[in-house]
Design a protein. Structure first.
Length: 549
């Protein structure tokens, strides 16, 4: 009875959350990822991680070891610092096979290095550990492990940890500023199950009786929360994708009971991939795969193995918005990654805006504007700036506005700099090596790019929209004059803000639209023929408009 009730509540939550939007207020408590990079963590650059873990569904337990190959970035690296939650017990840490004394407190591993590492010198550290990882309360918003079961009672296991970071299940440098160049993921599970994860499957090898090991490898940089394992009684549904520079498989690891629904979803994935490639450049991981793993929780952008738990439901336009959203993160979040969670909007906001672009591309400008108005604008909260502070944790930066408000900021930017320039900025941001793969970005990189491409200094625009909680306020008065003209007095209340505004003048069936300059001092414009005036009739501008009397 109790179980049934919990399931009902969970289901109700899922439906409200998915129907409205994907974002959800989250606080990650002591697990929050990112923030100020500690002095010890700043002393090295991770080159390679290799997970060698046994996942025991019956015990809900992980055990094994993780290799961390790192390179010193300081002249004498004298200490090792990694993150791993205290849920686990570490039995041993080795440096190149030799035991190392260590401490494990407050979710941090610390070890003094008697033999210091010179700048550029590499060393491999192996951490042996075991224990029960945190269980996800509200995945993916509050992450952790899901030890669920499919309809046939078989184990169905997943992990999501965007807010909490990889440290909730494996030792890593839990900071967005550092990604390894590649990673190995070797997972031992009962031999009746399948394990799908990032990159390409190298081999499935027998382990102890009744168990087998799935050996996977990705040869691309990957952020730690994107490393994810999906274990279940999966069928594998494939479809080839032909990109501009190569081919790969779209691969869906789907619960066997739902495998008949797989082909339609991978066909849709192919269409989405072509859409994204057109706007943001070729799929970033073409040498590996676009992967989908059927999950108990709604979704997450795990690189080359996107979590998919949207129950094969299409929206009113006939597409699966969840898959579209997660796939967008392969560009925005995975290929273009922020080095400070302060700039989280670059992942979520551009990805949300991409859905508006998709609607415009497929269904025309009306669908684009409808999405901005009815989906994005309604979710804006204005409780804190989109970029709250530097060195932010996921708890400090995650809220609805990094999705919806940031997307509307891009919509307003499009209005100001024009369609072709905005699309050029986005494509450059997603394809220039300075911003992608091994390089990570901050908001200022985006602002500098817009300034460079537009030949203008748009600091005033981003200061208002990214670094101020409130949108700009437009104040205007419309007065009919005895000489049959209409006067518009208009200004921005925000010092230095100077976005021009479209005004639609209607006299009978005669309509004209004029873009007028607006600054923080009052401007006056005259319209002859006593027209009816409408401010920003197309809804381009993110603002609060106040009509004076
Ligand atoms: Zn997202």
């Amino acid at each position: 009875m109790k179980l049934k009730l919990q399931a009902a509540i969970l289901l109700a939550f899922f439906f409200t959350a998915t129907a409205a939007n994907y974002s959800y207020a989250r606080q990650f408590g002591t697990f929050a990822s990112g923030g100020v990079l500690t002095a010890n963590a700043a002393k090295y650059d991770v080159k390679y991680y290799e997970l060698n873990l046994k996942v025991d569904p019956a015990q809900q337990n992980l055990s094994g070891y993780v290799d961390v190959l790192l390179e010193s970035t300081v002249p004498a690296m004298d200490s090792l610092e990694l993150d791993l939650v205290n849920f686990f017990t570490i039995s041993k840490i080795e440096r190149e096979g030799k035991p190392l004394a260590f401490m494990h407190q407050k979710h941090k591993i610390k070890a003094a290095l008697a033999e210091k590492l010179a700048a550029g010198q590499r060393a491999n550290f192996r951490v042996y550990y075991a224990g029960k990882p945190p269980v996800a309360n509200r995945p993916p918003w509050e992450g952790g492990f899901n030890w669920s079961k499919d309809g046939n009672g078989k184990p169905w296991i997943g992990v999501s940890c965007q807010g909490e970071g990889g440290k909730i299940w494996w030792p890593c440098k839990d900071h967005p500023s550092d990604e390894p160049d590649s990673a190995g993921i070797n997972i031992t599970i009962p031999d009746s199950l399948y394990c799908a994860t990032n990159g390409l499957l190298q081999a499935i090898v027998p382990a102890e009786k009744g168990w087998k090991t799935f050996q996977w490898k990705t040869r691309y940089p990957i952020n730690n929360y994107n490393v994810s394992i999906n274990i279940g009684d999966y069928a594998v549904v494939r479809r080839p994708y032909r990109g501009a520079t190569g081919t790969m498989d779209i691969t869906f690891y789907v619960l066997k009971a739902d495998s008949a629904k797989g082909p339609a979803l991978v066909a849709m994935a192919e269409e989405f991939l072509h859409f994204y490639a057109k706007y943001f450049g070729e799929y970033p991981w073409l040498k590996e795969k676009f992967g989908l793993a059927h999950t108990y929780y709604l979704g997450m952008e795990h690189q080359t193995i996107n979590a998919y738990g949207n129950h094969f439901r299409n929206n009113q336009y006939g597409y699966d918005w969840l898959m579209l959203h997660e796939m967008g993160h392969e560009w925005w979040g995975n290929k273009v990654t922020v080095r400070d969670w302060a700039d989280f909007w670059i992942h979520e906001g551009i990805c949300s805006y991409a859905e508006a672009l998709f609607l415009g591309d497929k269904f025309g400008p009306e669908a684009y504007h409808k999405y901005v108005k009815e989906n994005l604008r309604r979710r804006i909260r204005n409780r804190q700036p989109i970029v709250p502070k530097r060195d932010a944790t996921t708890s400090e930066s995650y809220n609805d506005d990094i999705y919806a408000k940031a997307a509307v900021v891009l919509h307003t930017l499009r209005y100001f700099i024009g369609d072709s320039l905005l699309l050029d900025v986005l494509k450059t941001f997603a394809t220039d090596p300075a911003y992608t793969y091994q390089n990570r970005v901050v908001s200022q990189d985006f602002i500098d790019l817009v300034n460079r491409k537009s030949g203008q200094d748009l600091s005033w625009f981003f200061q208002q929209y990214l670094y101020t909680a409130k949108p700009p306020t437009l104040e205007y008065k419309i007065t009919s004059k005895p000489d049959a003209s209409t006067e518009l007095e208009i200004r921005w209340r925000d010092e230095g803000f100077r976005l021009p505004v479209e005004v639609r003048a209607t006299v009978g069936d005669k309509i004209s639209v004029k873009r007028v300059d607006v600054t923080s001092t009052w401007q006056r414009y005259q319209f002859s023929g006593n027209p009816k005036l409408e401010i920003d009739p197309a809804g381009w501008i993110l603002m609060e408009a106040v009509e004076g009397k």
